[in-house]
Design a protein around this ligand. Structure first.
Ligand code: CP
Length: 297
């Protein structure tokens, strides 16, 4: 597969071949086995211009475990507030010796336009409704951990598809890896550029090996949804969970809106891998940083 950008950055799942994805898994396995390299003397800058709990804190943990020194830039107290561009902010990081920059921001495609001239490794930690490649890689790793392969797996992605960067990254990567992906959503959240094979939640629970739930992205549109009616029509109720296959699993990138897209009691149920995804997020982010800094992709 042709790479669109240099592999010193991770901006989109579309830039990774299957071999790259499996290489990241291999590094993650090594890390789990205790083979953790030290990047003492190198610097990571984290710039989160949209809210984050998991991605930001798991990058911080991953970077510290790898021995990196951290710069946590806050949008509100950085010179972005004085009109400095994101590109100039990142060039500044490069100039002062930062080796890897992790950025979450809202403009789709902005990081791609910055990356070409940067002599540091840039990681997309979520760009608006665009992509979330590190979330995708930890989701894939969690699925792989359970099933050991992707070929022929039935995966259903359910929720606010139109506004979801997680859906976009996962739909592409899962299909590339050989899984069959179906989608569940309200008609107004369908995205024909993402998918055409829409099914109902009842069909999804009957057929899927992995069910990936997404929250409603209230911050990206005006629509409000009565919680109970959304759960009954489009969400994972206890009755639907009982119909899922014995070896099937439930994923959610979180934050979870308990009682909206999933019954609260199912968040920590046997089938749920939601908190395992977060644990894997640290390992996978360590693996990604290692792969980029060592040029292993
Ligand atoms: N899954 C995810 O990106 O969570 P945060 O928004 O809390 O980082």
């Amino acid at each position: 597969m042709t790479k669109v950008l240099s592999r010193k950055h991770l901006l989109s799942m579309k830039h990774l071949a299957n071999a790259d994805i499996y290489r990241i898994f291999e590094i993650a396995k090594d890390i789990e086995a205790g083979h953790v390299p030290s990047f003492h003397g190198k610097f990571a800058a984290n710039l989160f211009l949209e809210p984050s709990t998991r991605t930001k804190s798991s990058f911080q943990v991953a970077e510290r475990k790898l021995g990196l020194d951290l710069i946590d830039l806050e949008g509100a107290t950085s010179s972005l507030t004085k009109g400095e561009t994101l590109y100039d902010t990142l060039k500044t990081m490069e100039a002062i010796g930062v080796d890897v920059a992790v950025v979450r921001q809202s403009e789709v495609g902005l990081l791609n336009s910055c990356a070409g001239d940067l002599n540091l490794s840039l990681i997309n930690a979520g760009d608006g409704c665009g992509e979330h490649p590190t979330q995708c890689l930890l989701d894939l790793y969690t699925i792989y951990e359970h099933f050991g392969q992707f070929e022929g797996l039935e995966v259903a992605i359910a929720g606010d598809l139109k506004h979801s960067r997680v859906a976009r990254s996962n739909a592409f990567a899962l299909e590339q890896l050989g899984a069959h992906v179906s989608f569940v959503t309200k008609p107004e959240w369908e995205d024909r550029s993402l998918a055409t094979n829409y099914i109902t939640m009842d069909e999804a629970v009957d057929r899927c090996d992995a069910l990936m739930l997404l929250r409603i992205q209230h911050e990206r549109h005006e629509q409000s949804t009565a919680d109970q009616s959304y759960l009954e029509q489009y969400g994972l109720t206890k009755a639907r969970e009982a119909r899922m296959g014995p070896n099937s699993i439930i994923l959610h990138p979180a934050p979870v809106n308990r009682g909206v897209e999933i019954d609260s009691d199912l968040v920590e149920s046997d089938k749920s891998r939601i908190f395992r995804q977060m644990t894997n997020g640290v390992t996978i982010r360590m693996a990604i940083i290692q792969a980029l800094l060592k040029g292993e992709l």
